[in-house]
Design a protein around this ligand. Structure first.
Ligand SMILES: Nc1ncnc2c1ncn2[C@@H]1O[C@H](COP(=O)(O)OP(=O)(O)OP(=O)(O)O)[C@@H](O)[C@H]1O
Ligand SMILES: [Mg+2]
Length: 324
């Protein structure tokens, strides 16, 4: 958890980030957090909530990209019993469950367009009603949104409304990639190791070369990848943790994808071939997860599950495909 610049890191980028958190927290302004996958956007959102006057009320996170357009309204505003076939009971939406607290709209640029219109209306009026309900309800939530794509690009390509962007980005925060804060790598690695040592009552240490290798790597999966790498190495090590030079990450070249083709070397195992196809399709559709899922013939939810698996599966390095 982020408490101060000391715990985020020691780089000037980490210091700036900690300062932004401290500034944003006590206000009720909407915050838009932008940063690559695994940089700690949700950690930042939770830190803002923890430091705000709403800290005793709920922090509710909703993944805007994982909800289908047809279910979005219910997910946000809830529904009354019998309002549609299958609505067996009255259900609260996330605006209601987050009442008094913070609503974290994760992957906000993936939100279906019709839902963006409705969200904007609620943010402007401060009121909503459950699907099938007549009673107007007050929205008492602070909004923190996050995205790992450039929101201005999302507006340019027509998938995100500019009026909603301005409404959400009252206080914009950019979370730097780990590559941009190289001096934090050793610090964060040591912190993760200290935590593991404390939990397990051990005294494992990094070899000197390990730190050099960690610092030389480009960390496409950012802090998540670093944490997974340290945890795995910790489990495998006896007293001294040795991490060798890390393999460069092979990124599927965009020109190949422009022709709509992906070359996968013979001998690639199925898990990595699937990973490469998912990544290539995602890049081909400029990160649009809805279109990617449709092209792959899977639901957005399944795509999210695969991407989550990839993230959690440390050797795969974020969503990048490694040459074997
Ligand atoms: N400053 C930090 N200190 C310690 N751990 C951190 C920090 N920032 C991120 N982490 C860890 O890194 C992992 C990824 O963080 P988080 O889920 O917040 O990233 P994210 O930017 O939301 O990623 P995604 O875009 O993939 O959803 C988590 O395990 C989190 O605990
Ligand atoms: Mg996240």
């Amino acid at each position: 958890m982020i408490n101060s610049s000391k715990t985020v890191g020691r780089s000037s980028a980490a210091f700036e980030l900690a300062r932004a958190i401290v500034k944003a927290a006590p206000t009720d302004a909407s915050v838009l957090i932008v940063g690559e996958s695994g940089t700690g956007k949700e950690v930042v959102a939770r830190a803002i909530h923890k430091r705000s006057t709403r800290c005793e009320a709920p922090f509710v996170a909703i993944n805007c990209g994982a909800i289908s357009a047809s279910l979005a309204e219910t997910a946000f505003f809830g529904h009354e019993k019998g309002s549609f076939t299958g609505a067996a009971a009255t259900t609260k939406g996330c605006f209601e469950t987050a009442d008094g607290g913070t609503l974290f709209l994760d992957e906000v640029t993936e939100m279906p367009l019709p839902m963006q219109v409705q969200l904007l209306r609620v943010l402007e009026s401060g009121q909503y009603h459950r699907v099938g309900g007549a009673e107007l309800r007050q929205a008492h939530v602070r909004i923190i949104a996050a995205t790992n794509r450039d929101p201005k690009e999302a507006v340019k390509s027509g998938r995100f409304r500019s009026d909603l962007l301005y409404r959400l980005a009252v206080f914009p925060i950019r979370v730097p990639s780990l590559r941009e804060r190289q001096s934090d790598i050793a610090y964060l690695a040591q912190r993760f190791l200290d935590e593991l040592n404390a939990e397990e009552k051990t005294r494992k240490q990094f070899s000197e070369a390990t730190i050099t290798h960690l610092e030389a790597y480009n960390w496409p999966g950012n802090i998540r990848e670093l944490k997974n790498t340290i945890t795995r190495a910790y489990i495998l090590a006896n007293d001294t943790i040795e991490i060798g030079p890390m393999m460069p990450v092979f990124r599927v070249k965009t020109p190949d994808l422009a022709n709509g083709f992906l070359k996968i070397p013979i001998g690639t195992d199925l898990a990595n071939a699937q990973l490469a196809l998912i990544q290539a399709t995602l890049e081909y559709y400029s990160g649009d997860k809805r279109r990617t899922a449709a092209a792959l013939g899977i639901s957005p939810k399944t795509l999210y599950n695969r991407l989550e698996q990839i993230k959690g599966d440390a050797p795969a390095n974020g969503t990048s495909y490694r040459r074997r």
